[in-house]
Design a protein around this ligand. Structure first.
Ligand code: HEM
Length: 213
């Protein structure tokens, strides 16, 4: 439980910091949407409280968290053992077979492989787009609208998913609210992963600029 809860988020945050430093437009848009969402904290010049951060959802922050979790792939594969004879995409899977699947590449990062749609099961049919409109016409981010398996799937998926999102939301807000993350030099910005229990970036240098209010 400690490893699952600690290593996972401490491996995700370095990726978040890297992506934000390398995508200044996204970082600025995220900070702006936080300023608008936590308007009282912004106008009075303090860091939003835990109650304020957890009290509302900021769609762009949800999207950033979802996309960091999808792209960083801190858990790079999943596995399941067939409890009965079955068929997946037309392939026979005998009872007892261990099936391992990757959480990156086609379907997750790029368009899925072309397959005969008639052999696809109903539950595996998904849309391409995670951005949707709510009833008021506002854009919202639905991480599960398209393939996403960062927290696993089904009844044995991650027990701590909600806690992970809570930690991520708090830490991301505090970092982006208080620091501008500047791009690092190319030779310090590798996206090579270090495969430990979870995948962490081989290089994670930061150039933070404290935001003075
Ligand atoms: C970024 C954060 C996290 C990621 C990416 C992550 C990912 C995962 C994945 C991929 C699984 C396997 C699920 C499956 O096979 O379908 C899992 C299981 C699990 N996770 Fe997490 N996790 C995270 C945070 C946490 C936290 C914060 C806790 C607890 C405090 C936690 C506790 C667990 C437990 C207990 C299981 C086993 C569930 C079971 O076997 O029924 N995880 N997690």
């Amino acid at each position: 439980m400690v490893i699952a809860g600690h290593d996972s988020m401490s491996s995700t945050l370095p990726w978040a910091v890297k992506y934000l430093a390398d995508h200044q437009d996204a970082q600025q848009r995220l900070r702006k949407s936080m300023h608008a969402g936590y308007a009282k904290a912004f106008s009075e010049g303090y860091t939003p409280t835990t109650a304020e951060i957890t009290g509302i959802s900021i769609p762009y922050a949800d999207a950033i968290m979802g996309e960091v979790l999808r792209f960083s792939t801190v858990v790079s594969f999943g596995s399941r053992q067939a409890t009965r004879d079955t068929t997946v995409l037309g392939r026979r899977i005998p009872k007892g077979t261990v099936v391992i699947y990757l959480k990156n590449g086609p379907s997750f990062f790029t368009k899925g492989y072309d397959i005969d749609e008639s052999i696809r099961s109903e539950t595996s049919k998904q849309e391409e787009n995670r951005i949707k409109k709510d009833t008021g016409g506002n854009e919202i981010y639905d991480p599960n609208a398209a393939p996403m398996s960062t927290f696993g799937l089904g009844p044995r998926d991650c027990f701590g998913k909600k806690l992970a999102y809570l930690e991520f939301r708090l830490l991301l807000t505090m970092i982006v609210w208080n620091f501008e993350l500047q791009k690092c030099a190319g030779e310090l910005s590798s996206y090579e992963g270090w495969y430990k229990t979870f995948v962490v970036p081989w290089q994670c240098y930061v150039r933070p600029n404290k935001i003075i209010r």
